[in-house]
Design a binder for this molecule. Structure first.
Ligand code: SF4
Length: 416
């Protein structure tokens, strides 16, 4: 039987200076996102029908040999150069290289220089063609496949590594289509969900393999369908799992969900606030969904945290109307609300997004992909000079992770 290696690349280490000076922020961030590569494990489930499949995560071990027939690699944008270097090494040893994932989907011509097989888009159907022996250079999926075709990831392959959380994807797609968002560009606007029985089987396997681990739902928004979410939450409660998920602030008004979150094992919600400035939000989210909710931000955090659920606020700096004052405004919001955690990144124009097209028209963007790490401002904005922005960003990260603020958060939660 032919052998396939699923190769998870090294995390792109956040810009060394930021990492070294912000150990708390970046180490805790690395812990939070220390998860197996869900895309590869999902692809692996299909490939296992015909091949012997192995999984190596370069964050944990190196490649000991090249005795494989195929290697599958799925880089993020900041891992693209690393992926191409690995591809060259495998090809040198006669291994055929398949490349896929969001970056490759957006730039298939670039990837085709380095890979033997290029998978564009979601690959549930095109992988079947590959399995059936229909070999071609570029496999292009023209549709968003039904989630019933998405097989349960081969979780057993990653049990050998000490990941801190385990990802599960129950749905794909997001109606909001923010212009910086790569996920919605790949998965589309229409939400597709796994059936409840698929979900139950997946949760049960994860429970069996990773009983004590935190479950992380990768869905762009976990709570868009209230009755579906309630069903999943009752499964999570029965299985006694602890979990966190992404959502938007409207959850604070969905009382029937909110009241059951803690008992279902939810401990954190990652909420995409993005910015406190409505004009920024109107720029990145044209439907106005996000800008209309800014006045509710404080109340939403208070309400959700009153249920013992930590809010991890996701914010993006470097949006068009940001300037030097933005940092103080955001710090004050974070301080006043005692928000449990933060995920503050820098606006990054990933190729394939509307943001990339927009910026690239007036400021041609460099294709140095390792710089697309989410912590580096790659283009000019009117309100603040780029070097000053990076300096203020660093100070800001230190400030939100100061001992004083963290103590304040601990006190706040003690009293819940
Ligand atoms: S709401 Fe979130 S997932 Fe949806 S498009 Fe915007 S950033 Fe992407």
């Amino acid at each position: 039987m032919e052998k396939v290696l699923l190769l998870a690349l090294k995390e792109t280490r956040v810009n060394a200076q930021l990492y070294d000076q912000n150990l708390y922020e970046f180490r805790s961030r690395n812990r939070l996102w220390n998860t197996p590569h869900l895309g590869l494990l999902t692809v692996g489930a299909i490939l296992a029908e015909k091949f012997v499949v192995e999984y190596i995560d370069l964050n944990y071990e190196s490649i000991a040999h090249y005795e494989y027939d195929y290697v599958f690699i799925s880089p993020t944008t900041s891992q693209a150069e690393q992926a191409y270097a690995q591809a060259a090494a495998f090809r040198k040893h006669g291994v055929k290289v398949a490349l896929g994932g969001p970056h490759v989907t957006m730039l298939p011509e670039e990837a085709s220089v380095f890979g033997d097989f290029i998978f564009v888009g979601e690959s549930e159907n095109t992988l079947r063609q590959f399995l059936e022996g229909d070999r071609k250079k570029i496999y292009e999926e023209g549709i968003h496949p039904d989630m019933s075709l998405v097989k349960q990831p081969l979780y057993e392959l990653c049990r050998k590594y000490l990941y801190s959380s385990i990802p599960i994807q129950l749905s794909r797609g997001c109606p909001h289509q923010c212009e910086f968002c790569l996920s919605s560009a790949v998965y589309g606007q229409i939400i597709r969900r796994k059936s409840l029985s698929q979900a139950y089987q997946e949760l049960s396997i994860v429970k069996q393999y990773f009983e004590k681990k935190l479950i992380f739902f990768t869905d762009d928004n976990f709570f868009l369908d209230i009755s579906y979410s309630l069903e999943i939450m009752s499964m999570l409660k029965r299985l006694n799992l602890t979990w966190y998920a992404f959502t938007d602030i409207s959850i604070y008004r969905k009382k029937e969900l909110l009241d059951k979150l803690y008992e279902s094992g939810c401990r954190k919600l990652l909420i995409g606030f993005e910015s406190l400035r409505p004009n920024n939000l109107r720029e990145v989210n044209h439907s106005g969904f996000k800008s209309a909710r800014v006045p509710e931000y404080e109340e939403a955090v208070r309400e959700i945290q009153s249920k013992k659920i930590g809010v991890v606020g996701s914010f993006v700096l470097g949006l068009p109307y940001d300037n030097e004052d933005t940092f103080d405004e955001l710090y004050q919001f974070i301080y006043d609300t005692c928000i449990f955690g933060t995920n503050v990144t820098v606006s990054t124009p990933f190729p394939g997004t509307k943001l990339f097209e927009k910026i690239n028209r007036t400021q041609p963007l460099k294709r140095e992909w390792s710089q697309y790490d989410g912590f580096t401002l790659l283009y000019d904005i009117p309100g603040i000079d780029r070097d000053l922005f990076q300096e203020r960003y660093l100070q800001f990260i230190n400030r939100i992770n100061s001992e004083e603020r963290l103590k304040r958060v601990v006190e706040y939660f003690k009293n819940r």
